[in-house]
Design a protein around this ligand. Structure first.
Ligand SMILES: Cc1cc2nc3c(=O)[nH]c(=O)nc-3n(C[C@H](O)[C@H](O)[C@H](O)COP(=O)(O)OP(=O)(O)OC[C@H]3O[C@@H](n4cnc5c(N)ncnc54)[C@H](O)[C@@H]3O)c2cc1C
Ligand SMILES: *[C@@H]1O[C@H](CO)[C@@H](O)[C@H](O)[C@H]1NC(C)=O
Ligand SMILES: *[C@@H]1O[C@H](CO)[C@@H](O)[C@H](O)[C@H]1NC(C)=O
Ligand SMILES: *[C@@H]1O[C@H](CO)[C@@H](O)[C@H](O)[C@H]1NC(C)=O
Ligand SMILES: *[C@@H]1O[C@H](CO)[C@@H](O)[C@H](O)[C@H]1NC(C)=O
Ligand SMILES: *[C@@H]1O[C@H](CO)[C@@H](O)[C@H](O)[C@H]1NC(C)=O
Length: 496
């Protein structure tokens, strides 16, 4: 194994040796630090979060200023290299490393400023920051933005493709808070993007940013951190197929009732202890008046078995809720290293106007209960509530940003890792998840207008352009042709 890898690396280096030295000279002329395959740190700085992938970039650059990001992009473009940004490096398919060998990786981790401006409570966030650090910095000023639960995810990738968390029904996706951005284009030019400056670019970076530029900072509209928050986690172990199916169907019905925007939730499924059973969880957070959570949840809990296997209700401050949801990882990401995994993920966004039929739900739960019991992977499924009455995600006009799936009721994440979290990934893990998604789609109308979520990016997805970019794909292609004609920002599942 080792000699083979070395052989491949040698061929690769041989073919590009000249370009590496040109690149090295150009970057160092601009003072841009970079790590190359022959450097001893290379293995560490080119390691993917998803250990299913190993890629060898031509170099990993560490710019310390917007001007250095610009110089790095220009240096890569001049050699026709694939150039990608890396923010938190949590792309499911390692696109922060280029998604293949030979890319110039522009690592943003040295650009970490966060500035809250009291005049209008916008914050300028440089894209080297991760979600936990963003939450801490904003909270120290009494402010917050919507975002996902994992503290180590980077704000760059997260805000470029979406950004869902339990505050999203109240505040929208992370990308909905972006008012302007500083962007390095493929030719190295630094521009502002907002509704008044470069509006096409502003459209594109809110849902498809990696294909259009390197966003060095975003200006976001912050919200007052809620005065209190309650995290709730209920689980019912080993439910039978009928009971668990009813729990999904009644979640759809519940979503259509008048639930307040301060309510965020998802259903979580894992393997049961016996064939034909699943563990069923309800996890979420409540940001409204603490006395009103139980009455808000009651109509849904009434549809589930009376006694959960476990109930954990954690009241506290807003930032405590962010920490509880991120646990066991810390919010301050400089306090401990990241925790990689070896996994495959798929997603399915169900339309509000056409919820899943009882037949689709039953076949989905049957699959989890049977094939899920036999699978040699460690899997979970999350059914995230994007829509429902009063959701801020769905209130945004479809054509105001590239994010293409405003009509979403649920975003379902299907996640299967190797049993111990380390490589190798079991081959049947792919067909296992393909079959799980098919259990829903094959039992839905042939014209069902479902989609998929780019932050759960899947490089094996058929019909990816339509499922990810929907009706916005053609507009994105024409913006791409204008701003990045040589496709410098190219990587798997990008806009081309
Ligand atoms: C443990 C875990 C939990 C998660 N939980 C959630 C969740 O609760 N909600 C949710 O919505 N998502 C969640 N995600 C998905 C997450 O939002 C995506 O993986 C996200 O794209 C990662 O961003 P990143 O910056 O860390 O990744 P990277 O690999 O650095 O980047 C991802 C993509 O964005 C590009 N990119 C990065 N920075 C920039 C930039 N500055 N300008 C332009 N392009 C850039 C990269 O080139 C790459 O194509 C989770 C992921 C993990 C691993
Ligand atoms: C190397 O650089 C030259 C320009 O200097 C470019 O034409 C060529 O495509 C580059 N090769 C690779 C493999 O990127
Ligand atoms: C917020 O205020 C700053 C000045 O403090 C200004 O530069 C910026 O444009 C304002 N942002 C918005 C979205 O109005
Ligand atoms: C995280 O911890 C480090 C070291 O203690 C500290 O310097 C930094 O300010 C903390 N970051 C945040 C966002 O609180
Ligand atoms: C809400 O219900 C939980 C149990 O699910 C209970 O522990 C708590 O006391 C209730 N809260 C209020 C305000 O009634
Ligand atoms: C860089 O690209 C942008 C967008 O296409 C264009 O407006 C600008 O003129 C280009 N700059 C240079 C120096 O070519």
């Amino acid at each position: 194994m080792v000699p083979l890898l070395l052989g491949v690396a040698a061929i690769f280096l041989g073919a590009t040796a000249q370009n590496v030295s040109v690149l090295q000279q150009t970057l160092s002329a601009h003072g841009v630090a970079a790590v190359y395959p022959t450097d001893k740190d290379f293995k560490t700085v080119s390691k993917a979060f998803n250990e299913r992938y190993t890629f060898s970039p031509i170099a990993v650059a560490f710019p310390t200023s917007v001007a250095q990001v610009s110089a790095a992009v220009a240096a890569g473009a001049a050699q026709n290299l694939e150039v990608v940004a890396r923010s938190g490096g949590h792309s499911y398919i390692a696109n922060g490393l280029g998604g293949r060998n030979g890319a110039l990786v522009v690592d943003m981790s040295k650009l970490k400023a966060i500035t809250v401006r009291p005049a209008n409570n916008t914050a300028i966030i440089e894209t080297g920051n991760r979600l936990g650090d963003v939450a801490l910095a904003l909270n120290s000023k009494g402010r917050a933005i919507p975002h996902g639960t994992c503290s180590y995810v980077g704000i760059g990738g997260h805000s470029g493709y979406g950004g869902f968390g339990f505050t999203s029904r109240a505040w929208g996706l992370t990308l909905d808070t972006v008012k302007s951005a500083t962007v390095v284009l493929a030719n190295g030019t630094v521009v502002q993007a907002s509704s008044s400056a470069n509006p096409d670019l502003f459209f594109a970076i809110r849902g498809a940013s990696p294909s259009f530029g390197i966003v060095t900072s975003i200006e976001v509209q912050t919200f007052p951190a809620p005065p209190s928050a309650i995290v709730f986690q209920y689980t019912w172990n080993n439910l039978d197929i009928k009971t668990a199916s009813n729990g999904i169907a009644s979640f759809q019905t519940f979503a259509a009732t008048n639930i307040p925007p301060e309510f965020g939730a998802e259903l979580v499924f894992t393997s049961g202890d016996q064939k034909g059973r699943v563990n069923f969880g309800l996890t979420g957070a409540w940001y409204g008046d603490a006395n009103l959570l139980n009455s808000t949840l009651a109509p849904y809990l009434k549809t589930l078995p009376k006694n959960p296997s476990s109930t954990t209700i954690t009241p506290g401050s807003y930032i405590n809720s962010v920490a509880v949801l991120a646990a066991p990882m810390a919010l301050n990401t400089s306090s401990a290293p990241d925790d990689p995994n070896t996994f495959y993920t798929k997603s399915l966004m169900t339309p509000s106007g056409a919820p899943m039929s009882n037949g689709a739900i039953t076949s989905f739960v049957t699959y989890m209960a049977n094939q899920g019991f036999s699978s040699d992977t460690d899997w979970f499924v999350e059914v995230e509530l994007y829509g429902g009455t009063n959701s801020a995600i769905n209130a945004v006009p479809l054509d105001s940003a590239a994010f293409a799936k405003r009509d979403t009721l649920f975003t379902i994440q299907f996640y299967a890792s190797s049993s111990n979290g380390d490589p190798p990934y079991p081959k049947d893990g792919f067909s296992f998840l393909d079959g799980m998604v098919a259990s829903i789609i094959d039992n839905s109308p042939s014209n069902w207008n479902y989609g998929a979520y780019l932050n759960y990016i899947d490089d094996r997805l058929a019909n990816a352009a339509k499922l990810y970019y929907g009706s916005h794909y053609q507009r994105l292609q024409s913006i791409k042709a204008a701003l990045d004609p040589k496709d410098t920002f190219r990587f798997p599942v990008g806009v081309a």
